[in-house]
Design a protein around this ligand. Structure first.
Ligand code: RUB
Length: 308
């Protein structure tokens, strides 16, 4: 079955880091549902719903710390379940229209975040960032288009070096970029004016889950009195955290850290970590710059369906 193979292929790409960053992962997942619906050979509503639910399971299992992807897939599948339609072609149409609606909203959020966040970037600023967040780089691109001149400090972001992507994007924009090893973060924070990172998950308490190293950067920013901001779509909110669950932190292969490591050596490779809300000046989201503790309320107002 070609459409089922497509889902497994995309899940594999996500797992292997060929697609990375929370937004890209969510977009890939929604596009996969679109393909699944276009190519389905299901003969009944029940069969089609089973295909969707298996796709959901496969995609969710690809990376555990991806609430934006989970919200995206749930948005689409719940619209299909809510439809009374019996005909598979019509149900496939619901997948197509709800996927389109989701992606359009996600695009709008990115624009809005960039619009709002770009106002925080002033001429001559040095911006400290970590890893690669397409939301952050789009915000910086928008600031540049508005005529702002600034510099960026990028951490390498071991072990997979996503910081190089950020640095390259900045150079392509004509922005001065400085790449530093992760352990130089504290020394360079003193020279920065603002720290700005993306997010993988927002919790009900207002904590932010992002690439490993983010919490130390927030700590260094606090010590150096540099304001620390997070640019994130509200749909990275994980509703399960409201009911007491902790966000799962993905642990990746030891090979990413040291391929030829002695077998008996314990190598740990957590991909993400939690930054507590007291270190975060504000979350720049599509509804404005909000204090982290108000996140549940703001998400509830804008996207009540997330809580269902
Ligand atoms: C990427 C990372 C990014 C967020 C936000 O980690 O932590 O900061 O995903 O990115 P990884 P975006 O490379 O392990 O996926 O703003 O593009 O959603």
């Amino acid at each position: 079955m070609r459409n089922v193979q497509t889902v497994h292929k995309v899940a594999d790409k996500i797992r292997r880091f060929e697609v990375k960053g929370a937004r890209n992962v969510a977009i890939a997942a929604v596009e996969t549902l679109q393909i699944l619906a276009q190519e389905t050979k299901a003969k009944s509503r029940e069969h089609f719903l089973r295909e969707l639910s298996e796709a959901q399971e496969t995609l969710f299992a690809s990376r555990p710390t991806e609430p934006l992807m989970r919200n995206a897939v749930k948005f689409v599948t719940s619209k299909v379940k809510a439809s009374d339609e019996k005909r598979v072609a019509e149900l496939a149409q619901v997948v197509s229209s709800s996927s389109h609606e989701f992606l359009l909203n996600l695009e709008g959020s990115k624009e809005r975040i960039a619009e709002i966040g770009a106002r925080h970037i002033r001429d001559g600023m040095i911006i400290f960032t970590h890893c690669h967040s397409s939301t952050v780089t789009y915000l910086l691109r928008t600031a540049k288009q508005r005529g702002r001149t600034y510099e960026v400090f990028c951490t390498e972001t071991r072990p997979v070096f996503q910081g190089r992507t950020t640095a390259q994007e900045m150079l392509d924009l004509g922005v001065k970029a400085t790449l530093i090893v992760d352990s130089a973060a504290r020394s360079f924070m003193r020279k920065a004016d603002i720290a700005l990172v993306g997010a993988d998950a927002l919790t009900s308490e207002g904590s932010v889950v992002n690439k490993i190293g983010t919490a130390s950067i927030a700590l260094f920013a606090s010590e150096a009195r540099v304001p620390f901001y997070v640019a994130s779509e509200l749909l990275k909110f994980d509703p399960d955290t409201l009911y007491g669950e902790y966000e799962a932190i993905e642990e990746r292969s030891r090979d990413e850290v040291w391929k030829e490591a002695p077998e008996t050596l314990v190598v740990r490779n957590p991909a993400f970590e939690v930054t507590r809300r007291e270190f975060i000046h504000g979350i720049i989201c599509e509804e404005g710059v909000i204090p982290p503790h108000s996140i549940s309320e703001v998400v509830y107002r804008k996207y009540p369906w997330v809580f269902q």
